[in-house]
Design a protein around this ligand. Structure first.
Ligand code: ZN
Length: 291
Protein backbone atom coordinates (compact mmCIF):
# COMPACT_ATOMS: atom_id res chain seq x y z
CA UNK A 1 0.00 0.00 0.00
CA UNK A 2 1.20 3.46 -0.69
CA UNK A 3 0.19 6.61 1.12
CA UNK A 4 1.86 9.56 -0.44
CA UNK A 5 2.58 12.41 1.92
CA UNK A 6 1.68 10.55 5.09
CA UNK A 7 5.22 10.16 6.20
CA UNK A 8 6.05 13.69 5.20
CA UNK A 9 3.23 14.89 7.40
CA UNK A 10 3.87 12.42 10.18
CA UNK A 11 7.55 13.12 10.16
CA UNK A 12 6.82 16.74 10.81
CA UNK A 13 5.20 15.70 14.08
CA UNK A 14 6.77 13.38 14.03
CA UNK A 15 29.35 -10.43 21.79
CA UNK A 16 29.72 -12.63 21.82
CA UNK A 17 33.54 -12.65 22.47
CA UNK A 18 35.41 -15.23 20.47
CA UNK A 19 37.86 -16.88 22.85
CA UNK A 20 41.38 -17.32 21.56
CA UNK A 21 41.11 -20.99 22.29
CA UNK A 22 37.78 -22.70 21.81
CA UNK A 23 36.05 -23.81 24.95
CA UNK A 24 36.19 -27.51 25.55
CA UNK A 25 33.24 -29.35 24.13
CA UNK A 26 30.84 -30.51 26.83
CA UNK A 27 30.44 -34.22 27.47
CA UNK A 28 28.06 -35.89 25.05
CA UNK A 29 25.33 -36.32 27.66
CA UNK A 30 25.60 -32.64 28.61
CA UNK A 31 25.48 -31.50 24.99
CA UNK A 32 22.38 -33.60 24.38
CA UNK A 33 20.73 -32.03 27.40
CA UNK A 34 21.51 -28.55 26.06
CA UNK A 35 19.89 -29.38 22.76
CA UNK A 36 16.84 -30.75 24.53
CA UNK A 37 16.58 -27.61 26.64
CA UNK A 38 17.09 -25.13 23.79
CA UNK A 39 14.10 -22.82 23.51
CA UNK A 40 11.87 -23.90 20.65
CA UNK A 41 11.01 -21.56 17.79
CA UNK A 42 8.20 -19.20 18.79
CA UNK A 43 6.68 -16.09 17.25
CA UNK A 44 5.19 -13.11 19.06
CA UNK A 45 2.65 -11.26 16.95
CA UNK A 46 3.07 -7.52 17.55
CA UNK A 47 0.35 -4.94 17.00
CA UNK A 48 2.02 -2.37 14.76
CA UNK A 49 -1.12 -0.34 14.11
CA UNK A 50 -4.55 -0.22 12.58
CA UNK A 51 -5.63 1.01 9.17
CA UNK A 52 -9.21 1.96 8.39
CA UNK A 53 -9.91 2.25 4.67
CA UNK A 54 -12.91 4.22 3.50
CA UNK A 55 -12.90 2.78 -0.04
CA UNK A 56 -11.06 -0.41 -1.04
CA UNK A 57 -11.22 0.26 -4.77
CA UNK A 58 -7.43 0.60 -5.01
CA UNK A 59 -7.10 -2.99 -3.79
CA UNK A 60 -8.75 -4.70 -6.76
CA UNK A 61 -8.22 -4.08 -10.45
CA UNK A 62 -11.54 -5.81 -11.11
CA UNK A 63 -13.52 -2.92 -9.61
CA UNK A 64 -15.51 -5.14 -7.28
CA UNK A 65 -14.19 -3.46 -4.12
CA UNK A 66 -15.39 0.00 -5.12
CA UNK A 67 -17.05 1.85 -2.25
CA UNK A 68 -16.41 -0.98 0.22
CA UNK A 69 -14.85 0.10 3.55
CA UNK A 70 -12.62 -2.23 5.57
CA UNK A 71 -10.34 -2.47 8.57
CA UNK A 72 -6.79 -3.76 8.24
CA UNK A 73 -4.51 -4.92 11.01
CA UNK A 74 -0.88 -3.88 10.71
CA UNK A 75 1.17 -6.67 12.22
CA UNK A 76 4.85 -7.23 12.92
CA UNK A 77 6.33 -10.57 13.93
CA UNK A 78 9.09 -11.26 16.44
CA UNK A 79 10.60 -14.60 15.43
CA UNK A 80 12.37 -16.10 18.45
CA UNK A 81 14.93 -18.65 17.24
CA UNK A 82 17.49 -20.33 19.52
CA UNK A 83 20.22 -18.57 17.53
CA UNK A 84 18.71 -15.08 17.52
CA UNK A 85 15.63 -13.01 16.85
CA UNK A 86 14.26 -11.74 13.55
CA UNK A 87 11.75 -8.89 13.44
CA UNK A 88 9.60 -9.26 10.32
CA UNK A 89 8.05 -5.94 9.20
CA UNK A 90 8.17 -2.63 11.02
CA UNK A 91 4.61 -1.33 10.95
CA UNK A 92 3.23 2.18 10.92
CA UNK A 93 5.38 5.19 11.85
CA UNK A 94 6.66 5.65 15.39
CA UNK A 95 5.40 9.23 15.26
CA UNK A 96 1.81 7.96 15.31
CA UNK A 97 2.19 6.14 18.65
CA UNK A 98 -0.37 7.39 21.13
CA UNK A 99 -1.66 10.06 18.74
CA UNK A 100 -5.29 10.45 17.66
CA UNK A 101 -6.10 8.57 14.46
CA UNK A 102 -4.55 10.30 11.46
CA UNK A 103 -6.56 10.53 8.24
CA UNK A 104 -5.29 11.13 4.75
CA UNK A 105 -7.08 10.25 1.56
CA UNK A 106 -8.79 6.86 2.05
CA UNK A 107 -6.63 5.86 5.03
CA UNK A 108 -7.07 6.47 8.77
CA UNK A 109 -4.11 5.10 10.70
CA UNK A 110 -3.28 4.72 14.37
CA UNK A 111 -0.70 3.01 16.57
CA UNK A 112 -1.31 2.21 20.25
CA UNK A 113 2.11 0.92 21.31
CA UNK A 114 5.56 1.10 19.81
CA UNK A 115 7.58 -1.99 18.96
CA UNK A 116 9.94 -1.08 21.82
CA UNK A 117 7.05 -0.93 24.29
CA UNK A 118 5.91 -4.36 23.16
CA UNK A 119 9.44 -5.76 23.45
CA UNK A 120 9.57 -4.39 27.01
CA UNK A 121 6.38 -6.25 27.85
CA UNK A 122 8.15 -9.41 26.66
CA UNK A 123 11.16 -8.67 28.86
CA UNK A 124 13.26 -7.67 25.86
CA UNK A 125 14.90 -4.59 24.38
CA UNK A 126 15.67 -3.63 20.77
CA UNK A 127 19.22 -4.87 21.42
CA UNK A 128 17.77 -8.38 21.56
CA UNK A 129 16.72 -8.15 17.89
CA UNK A 130 19.49 -9.63 15.74
CA UNK A 131 17.88 -9.29 12.32
CA UNK A 132 15.23 -7.07 10.76
CA UNK A 133 13.57 -7.71 7.43
CA UNK A 134 10.59 -6.07 5.73
CA UNK A 135 8.18 -7.70 3.34
CA UNK A 136 8.40 -4.52 1.27
CA UNK A 137 9.12 -0.83 1.49
CA UNK A 138 5.64 0.67 1.79
CA UNK A 139 4.86 3.13 4.59
CA UNK A 140 2.96 0.64 6.75
CA UNK A 141 5.85 -1.88 6.83
CA UNK A 142 8.85 0.36 7.53
CA UNK A 143 7.53 2.88 10.08
CA UNK A 144 9.42 1.92 13.24
CA UNK A 145 12.88 1.28 11.85
CA UNK A 146 14.18 4.06 14.09
CA UNK A 147 13.78 1.68 17.06
CA UNK A 148 15.94 -1.19 15.81
CA UNK A 149 18.98 0.54 14.41
CA UNK A 150 21.35 -1.98 16.00
CA UNK A 151 19.91 -4.94 14.08
CA UNK A 152 21.22 -6.31 10.79
CA UNK A 153 18.86 -5.48 7.93
CA UNK A 154 18.25 -8.42 5.58
CA UNK A 155 17.14 -7.11 2.17
CA UNK A 156 17.23 -8.37 -1.40
CA UNK A 157 18.89 -6.28 -4.08
CA UNK A 158 15.67 -5.51 -5.95
CA UNK A 159 13.93 -3.97 -2.94
CA UNK A 160 17.10 -2.15 -1.91
CA UNK A 161 17.38 -0.65 -5.38
CA UNK A 162 13.71 0.39 -5.28
CA UNK A 163 14.41 2.27 -2.05
CA UNK A 164 17.77 3.64 -3.15
CA UNK A 165 17.86 3.75 -6.97
CA UNK A 166 21.40 3.04 -8.18
CA UNK A 167 21.32 6.13 -10.40
CA UNK A 168 20.79 8.35 -7.37
CA UNK A 169 17.26 9.35 -8.34
CA UNK A 170 14.37 9.57 -5.86
CA UNK A 171 12.36 6.44 -5.02
CA UNK A 172 9.02 5.87 -6.75
CA UNK A 173 7.27 7.49 -3.79
CA UNK A 174 9.57 10.40 -2.88
CA UNK A 175 7.61 11.07 0.34
CA UNK A 176 9.17 7.90 1.77
CA UNK A 177 12.78 8.94 1.18
CA UNK A 178 13.25 10.37 4.69
CA UNK A 179 12.08 7.15 6.26
CA UNK A 180 14.18 5.05 3.89
CA UNK A 181 17.22 7.04 5.00
CA UNK A 182 16.83 5.56 8.49
CA UNK A 183 17.80 2.15 7.07
CA UNK A 184 21.16 3.39 5.79
CA UNK A 185 23.05 3.47 9.12
CA UNK A 186 22.12 -0.15 9.81
CA UNK A 187 24.39 -3.10 9.10
CA UNK A 188 23.03 -4.49 5.85
CA UNK A 189 23.11 -8.00 4.41
CA UNK A 190 21.97 -8.43 0.82
CA UNK A 191 20.07 -11.70 0.54
CA UNK A 192 19.05 -13.88 -2.39
CA UNK A 193 15.63 -14.84 -3.71
CA UNK A 194 15.34 -17.44 -0.98
CA UNK A 195 17.16 -16.88 2.32
CA UNK A 196 17.37 -19.39 5.15
CA UNK A 197 17.85 -16.96 8.04
CA UNK A 198 19.20 -19.35 10.68
CA UNK A 199 20.48 -22.11 8.39
CA UNK A 200 18.13 -24.84 9.59
CA UNK A 201 15.18 -24.28 7.26
CA UNK A 202 12.86 -23.06 10.00
CA UNK A 203 12.76 -19.39 8.98
CA UNK A 204 13.00 -18.65 5.26
CA UNK A 205 12.48 -15.33 3.49
CA UNK A 206 11.39 -15.85 -0.12
CA UNK A 207 10.73 -13.36 -2.88
CA UNK A 208 7.17 -12.79 -4.08
CA UNK A 209 7.77 -9.78 -6.36
CA UNK A 210 5.19 -7.61 -8.06
CA UNK A 211 3.58 -5.58 -5.29
CA UNK A 212 6.99 -3.94 -5.11
CA UNK A 213 10.07 -5.02 -7.11
CA UNK A 214 11.56 -7.09 -4.29
CA UNK A 215 8.46 -7.92 -2.24
CA UNK A 216 9.01 -10.95 -0.01
CA UNK A 217 7.04 -13.37 2.14
CA UNK A 218 8.12 -15.48 5.12
CA UNK A 219 8.04 -19.25 5.57
CA UNK A 220 8.11 -20.71 9.08
CA UNK A 221 8.28 -24.30 10.27
CA UNK A 222 6.81 -24.18 13.77
CA UNK A 223 7.22 -26.96 16.34
CA UNK A 224 3.50 -27.16 17.15
CA UNK A 225 1.68 -25.35 14.35
CA UNK A 226 3.73 -26.81 11.50
CA UNK A 227 4.46 -24.91 8.28
CA UNK A 228 3.18 -21.33 8.13
CA UNK A 229 3.45 -18.71 5.39
CA UNK A 230 3.19 -14.99 6.19
CA UNK A 231 2.02 -13.21 3.07
CA UNK A 232 3.47 -9.74 3.43
CA UNK A 233 1.13 -7.79 1.13
CA UNK A 234 0.96 -10.41 -1.61
CA UNK A 235 -2.64 -10.54 -0.37
CA UNK A 236 -4.28 -7.79 1.68
CA UNK A 237 -7.49 -9.56 2.75
CA UNK A 238 -9.16 -12.96 2.61
CA UNK A 239 -11.05 -12.10 -0.57
CA UNK A 240 -7.82 -11.04 -2.27
CA UNK A 241 -6.66 -14.63 -1.98
CA UNK A 242 -9.88 -16.51 -2.63
CA UNK A 243 -10.79 -14.32 -5.61
CA UNK A 244 -7.22 -13.69 -6.80
CA UNK A 245 -7.61 -9.92 -6.61
CA UNK A 246 -4.63 -7.76 -7.47
CA UNK A 247 -4.29 -4.16 -6.24
CA UNK A 248 -4.15 -1.30 -8.72
CA UNK A 249 -0.83 -0.12 -7.28
CA UNK A 250 1.54 -2.99 -8.02
CA UNK A 251 4.98 -2.29 -9.39
CA UNK A 252 4.24 -5.11 -11.86
CA UNK A 253 0.82 -6.76 -12.00
CA UNK A 254 1.98 -9.76 -14.03
CA UNK A 255 4.72 -10.43 -11.49
CA UNK A 256 2.19 -10.25 -8.65
CA UNK A 257 -0.03 -12.79 -10.38
CA UNK A 258 2.94 -15.10 -10.96
CA UNK A 259 3.99 -14.70 -7.32
CA UNK A 260 0.49 -15.65 -6.19
CA UNK A 261 0.69 -18.85 -8.27
CA UNK A 262 4.12 -19.75 -6.88
CA UNK A 263 3.02 -18.90 -3.34
CA UNK A 264 -0.05 -21.15 -3.60
CA UNK A 265 2.08 -24.02 -4.92
CA UNK A 266 4.45 -23.60 -1.99
CA UNK A 267 1.54 -23.53 0.46
CA UNK A 268 0.10 -26.70 -1.05
CA UNK A 269 3.42 -28.53 -1.22
CA UNK A 270 4.19 -27.72 2.42
CA UNK A 271 0.63 -28.12 3.66
CA UNK A 272 1.14 -24.67 5.14
CA UNK A 273 -1.28 -22.46 6.98
CA UNK A 274 -1.38 -19.01 5.34
CA UNK A 275 -1.59 -15.83 7.41
CA UNK A 276 -2.60 -12.63 5.64
CA UNK A 277 -0.87 -9.95 7.65
CA UNK A 278 -3.53 -7.23 7.18
CA UNK A 279 -6.50 -9.59 7.72
CA UNK A 280 -7.99 -9.16 11.23
CA UNK A 281 -9.65 -12.59 11.13
CA UNK A 282 -6.31 -14.30 10.51
CA UNK A 283 -4.55 -12.36 13.25
CA UNK A 284 -7.28 -12.89 15.85
CA UNK A 285 -6.91 -16.66 15.48
CA UNK A 286 -3.25 -16.48 16.48
CA UNK A 287 -3.92 -15.10 19.97
CA UNK A 288 -0.65 -13.17 19.90
CA UNK A 289 1.69 -16.19 19.74
CA UNK A 290 2.61 -18.84 17.18
CA UNK A 291 4.23 -21.99 18.53
ZN1 ZN B 1 0.63 -3.18 3.90
Amino acid sequence: MRLALLLTSAAAVLAACTPETPAAAPPVEEAAAEVAEAAPLTVNVLDCGKISISDLDAFSTSGDYKGVPDEFTDTCYLINHPNGRLLWDLGLPTQLVGQPPFTQQIFTVSVEKSITDQLTELGLTPADVKYVSISHSHFDHIGQVDQVQGATWLVNQKEYDAMFPPDGSAPADPSLAANFALFQPMTREIIGAEHDVFGDGSVVIFETPGHTPGHASLQLKMPESGPILLTGDLYHRTESRTLGRVPRFNSNEADTTASMTAFEKRATDLGAKVIIQHEPADIALLGGVIR
